[in-house]
Design a protein around this ligand. Structure first.
Ligand code: SF4
Ligand code: SF4
Length: 426
């Protein structure tokens, strides 16, 4: 593999070890294994004193009931990254738990000062959960055998609808044309973020590169896994390949230019409104990024790298949803700045949650539909054909009521969303 090295393999191995430790810390916190989580975060910090590892440690300590320890760890995170509003917001919560509402208020004010959306952060997170449950949506009821043909047709229809939505939200093409594709910019090597090339894509890429002829630096780098432990949990097993007799992963090179302060000001948030820690003003673009689009997305009919495919920031996610609902005015969106689009995305998300999917009327209606379907399945399995058929009839009635309600709510909420594109300015 050709090309100059900008970071030695030894230091990349250290970075990967750090990544493994802090990811394990986060996973263990999720599982509730807090004692172990604290140990892993500390191991990560021993390698690199990063704000996100301190942030993770603070969360683990807080979950373990150590509010004072959590405040201390978050204070260290803030010292390392003083511009992240969520750190102040979360330290404010820990300080309240410690019985210091005065200091907590100062932190809340600091978070709002950095980002006005912290005035309504709980609403934003609620809205993200509500809309996130609908898109891409999951249907567990559609599995399993039933005797009734009518019921089978209903379940198949639900399954097909879920699959269609799943396809739309998996490997989506982000419709935010004004974005310089922040998601393809990385602080640190791409392999540190799990962006690796699988064997099929590699074969197709090599053919493509051979056809195109050499232009500039060879775009791929190779990392031998003998230099790091835990590679199985850091990379998809299918992306680990043998090259020259050694197990390795292959990943895209980065360009040299950095994002810079001006662009970095408008980086969107994650779908849960968290700061995307891997994109900073020092982030460099992937070498395959050309004119804000991925130049290898479709190479060999193999859409995108798996590792890049599933990411959508909050702005990208909301815009995919709006496009799906027919509420995206692409022309109006193209005339907006990224800062305006980020703001529109948050407002649109709240409208979708408040006026449509999270409204009491819609929730009650969706519950009734789900209950009737469950009832039909249970009656079918219990061989109670008459009750099953009655439940199917009820289900069909409720479902069509539900669908027209959602259609009506989307029409009203949609008007508000369309107005955002007209009225929303900086
Ligand atoms: S997903 Fe987000 S960061 Fe990526 S291109 Fe779309 S708007 Fe930009
Ligand atoms: S491979 Fe394509 S999608 Fe992935 S980071 Fe590079 S340019 Fe972006």
């Amino acid at each position: 593999m050709k090309g100059k090295k900008t970071m030695t393999h030894a230091s990349q191995a250290d970075e990967l070890r750090e990544k493994y430790y802090h990811s394990m810390g986060a996973a263990l916190t999720e599982e509730g294994n807090l004692e172990e989580a604290v140990v892993f975060f500390q191991k990560a910090i021993d390698i690199h004193d990063t704000p996100y590892a301190w942030h993770g440690l603070a969360r683990a300590l807080s979950d373990a009931g150590d509010a004072a320890g959590a405040v201390g760890a978050m204070t260290r995170a803030i010292k390392l990254a003083p511009g992240i509003p969520e750190y102040y917001h979360e330290r404010g919560i820990f300080l309240k738990a410690l019985g210091r509402p005065d200091l907590a208020d100062d932190d809340t004010k600091k978070a709002i000062c950095l980002d006005r959306n912290y005035e309504r952060i709980d609403t934003i997170k609620w809205a993200a959960r509500v809309v996130g449950q609908v898109f891409p949506g999951a249907s567990t009821q559609a599995d399993g055998e039933v005797r009734s043909r009518e019921l089978r047709d209903i379940l198949d229809r639900i399954k097909r609808g879920a699959q269609h939505m799943e396809d739309l939200f998996h490997k989506p093409s982000c419709p935010v044309a004004a974005c310089p594709a922040y998601c393809c910019h990385f602080t640190g090597k791409l392999l540190l973020h799990g962006v690796t090339v699988g064997p099929w894509k590699l074969r197709n890429l090599r053919e493509h590169l051979n056809e195109k002829g050499p232009s500039g630096e060879y775009p791929l780098e190779i990392f031998p896994l003998v230099q790091t432990e835990h590679s199985d949990s850091l990379f998809p097993p299918a992306d680990i390949m043998m090259q020259q007799g050694a197990a390795c992963v292959i990943f895209p090179r980065q360009k040299d230019s950095v994002l810079g302060g001006d662009l970095a000001r408008d980086i969107p948030k994650g779908q849960d409104y968290r700061t995307l820690m891997w994109i900073s003003e020092n982030a460099k673009p992937c070498i395959f990024l050309a004119d804000a689009k991925c130049s290898i997305y479709d190479v060999g009919g193999d859409p995108s790298l798996d590792s890049c495919a599933s990411f959508l920031c909050m702005t990208g996610f909301v815009f995919v949803v709006l496009k799906y609902l027919g509420l995206l005015d692409e022309e109006a969106a193209a005339a907006k700045t990224m800062a305006e689009l980020n703001a529109i995305a948050v407002d649109a998300l709240i409208i979708l949650a408040r006026d449509v999917y999270g409204s009491e009327e819609a929730k009650a209606c969706a519950r009734a539909v789900a209950q009737e379907l469950t009832c039909a399945i249970e009656e079918d399995r219990a061989n109670n054909d008459a009750s099953r058929d009655a439940a199917i009839e009820n289900y069909s009635l409720l479902k069509s009521r539900h669908d027209s309600l959602i259609e009506r709510l989307i029409a009203t909420g949609g008007q508000k969303i369309i107005n955002l594109f007209i009225s929303r300015g900086e």
